[in-house]
Design a protein around this ligand. Sequence first.
Ligand SMILES: Cc1cc2nc3c(=O)[nH]c(=O)nc-3n(C[C@H](O)[C@H](O)[C@H](O)COP(=O)(O)OP(=O)(O)OC[C@H]3O[C@@H](n4cnc5c(N)ncnc54)[C@H](O)[C@@H]3O)c2cc1C
Length: 439
Amino acid sequence: MFKVPSFDVPIIATPDVCVIGGGAAGVSAAVAAARLGMDVLLVEKYGFCGGAAVAGLSGTICGLHSSGERPEQIVFGFAGEFHDALKAAGGLGEPVRFGRTLFVPQDSFVWKETADRLLSSAGAKTLYHTSFLDVFSDESGTAHTVLLHCLEGVVAVQPRCVVDASGDANVIHRMRGDTSLGKDGVVQTPTMIFRMGNVKMDQVLRLDLGELHAKVEAAHNTGRYNLPRHHVYMHPMPNGREVLCNMTRITRPDGSVPLGIRSDDMSFAEVEGRAQARSYATFLKENIAGFESAYLVETGTQVGIRQSRSIVGKAKLTNDHVLAAGKAPGAASFSAWPIEDHGSGALKIIFFENQTYDIPFEALIPIKSANVLVAGRCMSADHEALASARVTAQCFGMGYAVGAACGLMLNERVHAQNLNGVDVADWMRHHGLKMAHER
Ligand SMILES: Cc1cc2nc3c(=O)[nH]c(=O)nc-3n(C[C@H](O)[C@H](O)[C@H](O)COP(=O)(O)OP(=O)(O)OC[C@H]3O[C@@H](n4cnc5c(N)ncnc54)[C@H](O)[C@@H]3O)c2cc1C
């Protein structure tokens, strides 16, 4: 062990709210808190917002629509606002059928622009190229100092409350808070998403997906390509000229799933993800009508991580609750998105039929914390429940409710453990912040 010498670090800000992570959950939390007049600092390690949706190139907004014969948009609030802003800026494609529901293709660049605009117009300050390093808290569970690594070096921020929207529960982990990892330590598999350009879109749109899956499997079995996932997704980008390919499945040679919270695993996943992307692209060019002259445009900035740490919350989104269309007063959001579990052996999808479940606000309150809340995919949830609730529209809803709850904590001096969904919903209504079911 090498003991790091102690050193002084400058305190660069004392905001009301420090949001760690600029994915869907962090952006919505920061906007909500700033709209309530709070001084908000959003910290993001990349030079843009979007997280898995943009850096991971996930490519679509899932979770906005009902599930059944005739799906329609049912989730609004901040998710609806962001959707409408993307559409107005030309950053959305037409909704695409996915089993019993729909998703909406999005443009990554317009996503970044939209987040920048909403954050700055709400008055939130964004610090890009800055990584969360550590957090210091007292015995009462109050986080008082956040250590960041920005381009100038190590700095400190002393916020009144913190939102952990890092996807990986990094803040709660560093506070020695309770977290869990997937199902007995096994998480969903990562995917390296890629885009194909110069496709003949009219031919691609006529493809039978069942036939495509069979061709992928047959091609993989020849040994000529490395195509471990056969149930692949692809859809046109909003520009109408490129196809987004969600096809790869990354596991270690021993079948284990690399973790998004280990550099060695991530390094393996990035290299393997690029190799698989190339293999799928070659397969498409050589075997699928419409791809003959296509080329691989780009992969995501990083391999897509579906799941890592989940917090232990005051409440938990359980599998039973999701399957039974459970309701929760003052829910942070609600969803009809299927349980879409990308396991190491197979992809399992359970669609719902004309039913939705609520995401309890209390699943975003880490036990023992006095002034830290979480939002997004690091929420407290069972493995399968999270395989449904983690998508973008629901992350927007969770973040917006948590950002609003920061106002309740600070203005009304409510301890995090005493927050509840009903009070947060009342507070949002009172301050004109739309909840997920409100247009
Ligand atoms: C392969 C894949 C495909 C998907 N497909 C879809 C889809 O088609 N449609 C859909 O709606 N959803 C999809 N999802 C799910 C969805 O994109 C994510 O679950 C959702 O974006 C999670 O949002 P989040 O804000 O909780 O976390 P993230 O999007 O992971 O955001 C976390 C943010 O925190 C930042 N961060 C992390 N650590 C630090 C740190 N130490 N310091 C500073 N910043 C930090 C990250 O850079 C990131 O910007 C997909 C996910 C994956 C992985």
